[in-house]
Ligand binder design. Structure first.
Ligand SMILES: Cc1cc2nc3c(=O)[nH]c(=O)nc-3n(C[C@H](O)[C@H](O)[C@H](O)COP(=O)(O)O)c2cc1C
Length: 170
């Protein structure tokens, strides 16, 4: 069975998970893939960071499902949020748009302000001001605010287990 892990990673968290998955499965791995990189595989695993409620680069998969119809597909999203149902369910609904049979997994990454692009720094500074101005913050909002000063990394090999089980299932 030919399997590939393809991914896009801006600050390295998705890359860490992609490497863990490729090592566990002993399969190919490709950063910043184009369509020709992923065609012809029995299983295509695609991962990207969550950015403003979207999945970085996922159009490569969702925009080419006709060309990938012979492949088993698993997506993984890497964000800084804790992965609660109320955040992840609408996210996956937006990404998958009712498409059946695609495995989808949330793997918690982290946040490192210093590693952001200058454009993303501007966006995140605006979010910081908004969070700071709130009189009452949720635990998650406070955690996000704290992470501006101290980078956080929640990557954990345990988290890839459900994805690995899905890929290995018939
Ligand atoms: C502009 C911007 C928007 C983000 N939006 C979200 C989001 O909607 N949900 C989330 O959980 N994390 C969000 N994050 C955090 C990233 O998803 C997180 O840092 C992730 O680990 C990045 O993975 P990567 O470094 O592999 O791209 C955002 C980060 C930036 C810079």
């Amino acid at each position: 069975m030919k399997t590939i892990v393809a991914y896009r990673s801006k600050s390295g968290y998705t890359k860490k998970y992609a490497q863990m998955i490729a090592q566990e499965l002993g399969c190919d791995i490709k950063e910043d893939p184009v369509l020709s990189d992923i065609i012809g595989y029995d299983t295509v695993i695609y991962g990207g960071g969550m950015y403003a409620g979207g999945l970085n680069g996922v159009k490569l998969i969702t925009g080419n499902l006709d060309k990938l119809s012979g492949s088993k597909i698993a997506l993984f999203a890497v964000g800084s949020n804790p992965g609660r149902e109320h955040e992840m369910k609408p996210f996956w609904d937006r990404v998958l748009k009712g498409t059946q049979g695609i495995g989808h997994f949330y793997l918690r990454g982290g946040f490192d302000f210093d590693k952001l692009t200058s454009g993303d720094k501007v966006l995140m500074k605006m979010l910081k001001v908004r969070l700071q101005s709130k009189k009452q913050r949720t635990e998650d909002e406070q955690g996000m605010l704290d992470a501006y000063d101290t980078p956080v990394d929640f990557t954990d090999k345990e988290n890839i287990k459900p994805l690995i089980a899905f890929v290995r299932s018939a």
